[in-house]
Design a binder for this molecule. Structure first.
Ligand code: NAG
Ligand code: NAG
Length: 302
């Protein structure tokens, strides 16, 4: 794991907590969120370009994805800042859910109670814990149970400001990502599994405490693993290597041509095709990939 990736991971983590903090403090209106209503908190897997507005500490640190070959499959191949070759998980879920877009003068509270809060937090935090094998970290109190506790505090804060419907994407088996090729991914995957178990218990217990809370956990780990176990069933030819190597700059070589047949876009993030299939599975696919209900039922309030 190189320092560049570490910095990228930490910057993204900081951003998600800054945004979460602003919302939790009741400053939602300052974020100028457009009419309903899917609020997204998370890492590069769901970033639709917000990360472009981050200040880089050092020009050599590519924490952003607003450069070729990112978004090569967008109209005009415009690089939007998504960490993908095209649309990502958040895009597919938001288009899929067909939320009504009328705002009128409805109160923020009503807006929030009808909105979907998409949380994709965890993978980057686990990375931080996992990374301690290689680097000395200052924060020695970060561990999976504390992470789950923080997640609970975050969800409760959003609930207290009116949020009722949560989509939670669990941590993928990042130990299997190309970035880990020369390292041992096993420990990472074990941390991810521990985190994912904790997430399930957390949401079960929050539902008992917070009246009217509804959620759907997307088993990104299980879906990824199911695809890795049988790539050809989903028409993938490569679920191990990156279509575009490294942080995917023109210097690093060209992306693969058959992008629909790759799971990994770069060393860390998945392709548009992988995001599309995962989002479809979570939206109304086989029951084993969502707990306790799929996104469609959550959106429809059934
Ligand atoms: C964290 O590290 C500091 C400095 O090494 C140490 O004083 C402290 O006891 C550690 N905390 C925990 C919970 O291990
Ligand atoms: C994927 O699932 C199989 C069982 O189908 C299991 O044996 C394997 O350990 C899993 N891999 C990971 C990375 O969790």
């Amino acid at each position: 794991m190189d320092g560049r990736t570490t910095l990228m991971a930490l910057c993204i983590l900081t951003v998600s907590f800054q945004v979460l903090g602003a919302l939790a403090n009741g400053k939602a209106q300052q974020l100028q969120v457009p009419p309903p209503a899917i609020f997204v908190f998370g890492d590069g897997a769901v970033d639709v370009g917000n990360n472009n507005y981050l200040e880089a500490n050092d020009a050599s640190e590519p924490v952003q994805a607003n450069h070729p070959f990112y978004d090569i499959d967008f109209p005009n191949s415009k690089a939007t800042g998504r960490f993908s070759n095209g649309y990502n998980l958040a895009d597919f879920i938001a288009t899929k859910s067909q939320m009504k877009t009328k705002l009128g003068n409805s109160e923020l509270k009503k807006l929030l109670s009808n909105s979907i809060f998409l949380l994709d937090i965890g993978a980057i935090d686990i990375f931080y814990i996992w990374n301690r094998q290689f680097y000395t970290m200052d924060d020695n109190e970060t561990n999976i149970p504390n992470l789950i506790t923080s997640y609970g505090v975050g969800i409760t804060a959003l609930y207290n400001m009116g949020a009722r419907k949560f989509v939670v994407i669990n941590a993928p088996p990042m130990g299997s990502a190309p970035v880990m090729a020369h390292l041992t991914g096993e420990t990472w995957n074990m941390l991810a599994m521990e985190f994912n178990d904790g997430l399930k218990s957390l949401l079960t217990s929050l539902t008992l405490k917070l009246n009217g809370l509804h959620y759907s956990i997307a088993d990104f780990y299980g879906f990824s693993n199911a695809t890795f176990m049988n790539p050809s069933a989903a028409r993938f030819v490569d679920t191990v290597r990156a279509c575009c190597k490294g942080s995917c700059t023109p210097k690093g070589g060209s992306p693969c041509q058959n992008r629909k047949q790759y799971w990994f876009w770069d060393d860390l993030y998945i392709t548009e095709q992988a995001a599309k299939l995962a989002a479809a599975a979570f939206y109304d696919g086989p029951a084993q990939f969502t707990v306790p209900i799929n996104f469609k039922k959550l959106v429809q309030g059934k």
